[in-house]
Write a protein that binds this ligand. Structure first.
Ligand code: MF3
Ligand code: CO
Length: 258
């Protein structure tokens, strides 16, 4: 069942969306050469606390043996998602750093991801980032009442294929609300008009993961980190989006206040 949020729940989703965006922007701004991914996790802990929010990734029990041990997923370069922050992992010039945050506030979740390039990166990598972000917005634009999940998936796939990028097919976007993962699954490829019909009040985490090389992926021995099999870079952008009767509302869009 896909949950439809009522007006109070939508207010709560807006609130947590805003908090998620603010925290993520703060962490993105701290990404720099020489900073360890552990330090970014420490910043996530501090910022979540300051916003009276909880990091929903911490202790999350997925299909892995151990629960996720950090408050934010940080995945570099060929790592696609669910990278574990580490004191020995220092950011270098040429890295791309994907920061995936799920914040919980007053019982609701916001989920958002940005990938940032550090120092000198190739034109191919710049294109990977810009196309993946564009694919997110193309998908989000389809989150309108009367459309179908397949319209979101198709829009993302088209952006990827036009740019000759690979799609991570085993990992999907998802409904979100009181739970991090709710129905429906939102694949990053699909057919127009297929899948569940969208209704105003549904809230989705839309999250294209695109790659420069082959679509084969691997899971690390840590049970969490998912990476490309060929070692080529992958990017990930994600927003929590509210379906409305008109223009979709991106709940985790960052709005600078000063
Ligand atoms: N945004 C990720 C997802 O939707 C967050 C996962 S948190 C983790 O899967 F704990 F599983 F890492
Ligand atoms: Co997600």
């Amino acid at each position: 069942m896909i949950t439809i949020k009522n007006s109070e729940e939508i207010v709560a989703m807006r609130k947590v969306g805003r908090i998620t965006a603010d925290i993520l922007a703060e962490i993105c701004a701290a990404v720099a050469i020489g900073v360890s991914t552990w330090e970014l996790d420490q910043l996530a802990i501090k910022s979540l606390k300051a916003h009276n929010a909880v990091g929903a990734c911490y202790n999350y029990q997925g299909r892995s043996r151990q629960p996720f041990p950090a408050h934010i997923c940080i995945s570099l370069n060929d790592e696609i998602v669910h990278g574990i922050p580490s004191k020995t992992r220092k950011i270098q010039s040429g890295d791309i750093v994907s920061l995936d945050l799920v914040a919980q506030h007053e019982g609701f979740m916001g989920d958002s991801t940005q990938t940032v390039a550090v120092g000198d990166v190739s034109d191919d990598v710049k294109k990977l980032l810009s196309v993946t972000e564009r694919a997110l917005h193309a998908g989000a634009e389809q989150a309108i009442e009367g459309n179908h999940v397949g319209d979101i998936s198709f829009a993302i796939q088209r952006c990827a294929e036009e740019a000759d990028l690979g799609i991570v097919r085993n990992l999907v976007g998802h409904g979100i609300g009181r739970n991090m993962h709710e129905e429906p699954n939102i694949p990053n490829f699909g057919e127009k008009g297929k899948g569940p019909r969208l209704e105003a009040g549904m809230t989705f985490a839309i999250e294209p993961m695109l790659m420069l090389g082959s679509e084969k992926i691997l899971l690390d021995a840590d049970g969490w980190t998912v990476r490309t099999a060929d070692g080529k870079y992958a990017a990930h952008f994600e927003h929590t989006v509210l379906v409305t009767k008109g223009a979709p509302e991106i709940l985790t869009r960052y709005v600078a206040t000063s």
